[in-house]
Design a protein around this ligand. Structure first.
Ligand SMILES: Cc1cc2nc3c(=O)[nH]c(=O)nc-3n(C[C@H](O)[C@H](O)[C@H](O)COP(=O)(O)OP(=O)(O)OC[C@H]3O[C@@H](n4cnc5c(N)ncnc54)[C@H](O)[C@@H]3O)c2cc1C
Ligand code: SF4
Ligand code: SF4
Ligand code: SF4
Length: 384
C-alpha cells in the first residue's frame, strides 16, 4: 500500500485530529495549515517506512457501527441552579462533571486561550473546568489531549473526554479500545470554522482594543447564539447571527471544515457515551417551557452513559420519546451544500479580510431587509 497516497486520499474526510502523527514510529507526519487554514497531516516520504500505523489509528477507516447494541435514550433536562446561566443550554455538561469527578479524574474539553484569540483543547481537574463551559464555534486541536488522555487512562485515572463527535471518534480510534475509567461526551455538532477565520474576525471587530471576554452564548438576551465581545476600555460588541458576519456565515455553512459537509458522526449515530445539544423548538414539546433560559437535549448512547446520567443530582429531567426531538436531528441528517463554501474560498484568494467582510456583509444586510419586509407584510396582512 502506498501510505502517502492513502493519507492524501482522506483529505475530504480528515478532521485534523493528529492521531496519525502520534502513531507514526518514524515521526514523519507533521500537521500544518492548508490553503484554507485548516490543519492537515503531511508525510515526509523520505522517512516513511510504509508500516501503515497512521492509517490504522485514523478514525475515518474505523467501523464504529457494527459494535452498537444499545438503543439510545433521550431526555429533556436542565440544571436547577445558576450554573445553567453560565452554560450554552441546560448546563448538563457541568452537572456531569460535578457528579463524576473526584481528585483522580481529568476532564478534557475546549476552552478559549488566555488572550481569547484561539480555542484550545485542554486537560483540567474537577476544580478548574469552568473554562470548558459554553460552545465555542471554532475548531480545537486535540492532538495533545489524545496523548494525555491515553496516558491518564493507562495509569488508571478516570478521564472525562468532551468534544465534537469526530473528536470522540478520533479518541476511540487512537485508543484502540474502550476503558472502564473513560466517559465520553459529545455535542450535536453544526460544524467548525478554522482558528484563523475566527481570529481574523475578532481582530477585525477589535480594531486594536484589548479583548477581555468572548462569549458565543450569552444568556442576557434570551437563549441563542450571539457574537459577544467585551473590551478592556468598557466597550462591548454584541450581535446576533443576522448582524454578525462570522456567525451568519457559520450558520450558513460558508466556511466550515471540508469534513463537516458530509459528516458521518453528527447525525443520529453518535459514538460518545452521552450527547448534549440545545433542545431547540422546546415549545413544540411543551409550551410551558418556552421561556426557560436554556434547555438541554441529552441522548445516552451507551449503558455506561445512561448509568452516569441517572446519578445526576439537582437537575430537572424527563425522558423524551425520539419523535419529539427527531426534528433536531433531521436538520443535521443531510449533507450540507458546498456551493457557498466553494465561492467563499475562491473569493478569499483575492480579497483581504476587510474586503471579504464587506463582500459578505452586503448579503447579510440584504437578507436582514428581506426578513424585516416579510414581517411587515405579515403584520399588515393580519390587520386586514
Ligand atoms: C461547535 C459546536 C456546534 C454545535 N452545534 C449544535 C447544533 O447544531 N445543535 C445543537 O442542538 N447543539 C449544538 N451544539 C451543542 C450546544 O451548543 C451545547 O454545547 C450543548 O447543548 C451542551 O450545553 P451545556 O449547557 O450542557 O454545557 P456547556 O457548558 O455549554 O458545554 C460545554 C461543552 O462543549 C464543549 N465544547 C465547546 N466548544 C467546543 C469546541 N469548539 N470543540 C469541541 N468541544 C467544544 C466543551 O468541551 C464542553 O464539553 C454545538 C456545540 C459546539 C461546540
Ligand atoms: S506508514 Fe508508518 S512510517 Fe509511514 S507515515 Fe505512516 S506511520 Fe509513519
Ligand atoms: S488520523 Fe486524524 S489527522 Fe490523521 S488523516 Fe486521520 S483524521 Fe486526518
Ligand atoms: S460536523 Fe462532523 S466533522 Fe465537523 S466538527 Fe462536527 S463532528 Fe467533526
Amino acid at each position: 500500500m502506498n501510505i502517502v497516497i492513502s493519507i492524501n486520499d482522506l483529505k475530504e474526510n480528515c478532521t485534523g485530529c493528529g492521531a496519525c502523527s502520534l502513531a507514526c514510529p518514524c515521526k514523519c507526519i507533521t500537521l500544518s495549515p492548508d490553503t484554507e487554514d485548516f490543519m492537515f497531516p503531511t508525510i515526509d516520504e523520505n522517512k516513511c517506512i510504509g508500516c501503515g500505523k497512521c492509517i490504522e489509528k485514523c478514525h475515518i477507516k474505523h467501523d464504529f457501527e457494527s459494535n452498537k447494541c444499545f438503543t439510545p435514550v433521550g431526555f429533556c433536562a436542565w440544571r436547577q441552579d445558576n450554573i445553567r446561566l453560565c452554560s450554552s443550554s441546560g448546563g448538563i455538561f457541568s452537572s456531569i462533571i460535578d457528579s463524576l469527578c473526584d481528585k483522580n479524574t481529568y476532564v478534557f474539553g475546549a476552552a478559549f486561550s488566555n488572550d481569547w484569540k484561539s480555542v484550545v483543547h485542554i486537560r483540567c481537574n474537577s476544580n478548574h473546568y469552568s473554562r470548558l463551559r459554553k460552545s465555542k464555534y471554532v475548531i480545537s486541536q486535540i492532538t495533545n489531549s489524545l496523548y494525555e488522555a491515553k496516558s491518564e487512562l493507562q495509569k488508571g485515572n478516570k478521564v472525562i473526554f468532551s468534544g465534537t463527535p469526530c473528536q470522540i471518534a478520533a479518541l476511540y480510534a487512537y485508543l484502540g479500545c474502550d476503558y472502564k475509567n473513560l466517559i465520553t461526551i459529545d455535542v450535536l455538532c453544526h460544524g467548525v470554522p478554522s482558528q484563523k477565520m475566527y481570529k481574523k474576525h475578532l481582530d477585525f471587530i477589535s480594531k486594536g482594543r484589548e479583548v477581555v471576554l468572548v462569549d458565543f452564548r450569552p444568556k442576557g438576551n434570551g437563549w441563542n447564539a450571539r457574537f459577544n465581545v467585551a473590551f478592556s476600555n468598557g466597550d462591548v460588541y454584541n450581535k446576533d447571527q443576522m448582524h454578525d458576519w462570522y456567525l451568519y456565515n457559520y450558520f450558513q455553512n460558508t466556511f466550515l471544515r471540508r469534513s463537516c459537509y458530509h459528516c458521518k458522526y453528527s447525525t443520529s449515530n453518535h459514538i460518545a457515551d452521552i450527547t448534549l445539544g440545545d433542545f431547540w423548538y422546546i415549545e413544540k414539546y411543551k409550551k410551558e417551557y418556552a421561556n426557560e433560559p436554556g434547555v438541554g437535549l441529552v441522548i445516552c448512547n451507551t449503558q455506561k452513559g445512561l448509568d452516569c446520567f441517572k446519578h445526576l443530582e439537582g437537575i430537572h429531567v424527563e425522558e423524551v420519546d425520539s419523535d419529539y426531538y427527531s426534528y433536531i436531528y433531521r436538520s443535521r441528517e443531510n449533507t450540507y451544500n458546498r456551493n457557498k463554501r466553494d465561492q467563499f474560498f475562491a473569493e478569499k484568494k483575492h480579497k483581504n479580510t476587510e474586503l471579504l467582510e464587506k463582500f459578505f456583509k452586503a448579503k447579510v444586510f440584504a437578507i436582514d431587509i428581506l426578513v424585516k419586509a416579510k414581517r411587515i407584510v405579515k403584520k399588515a396582512g393580519r390587520k386586514d
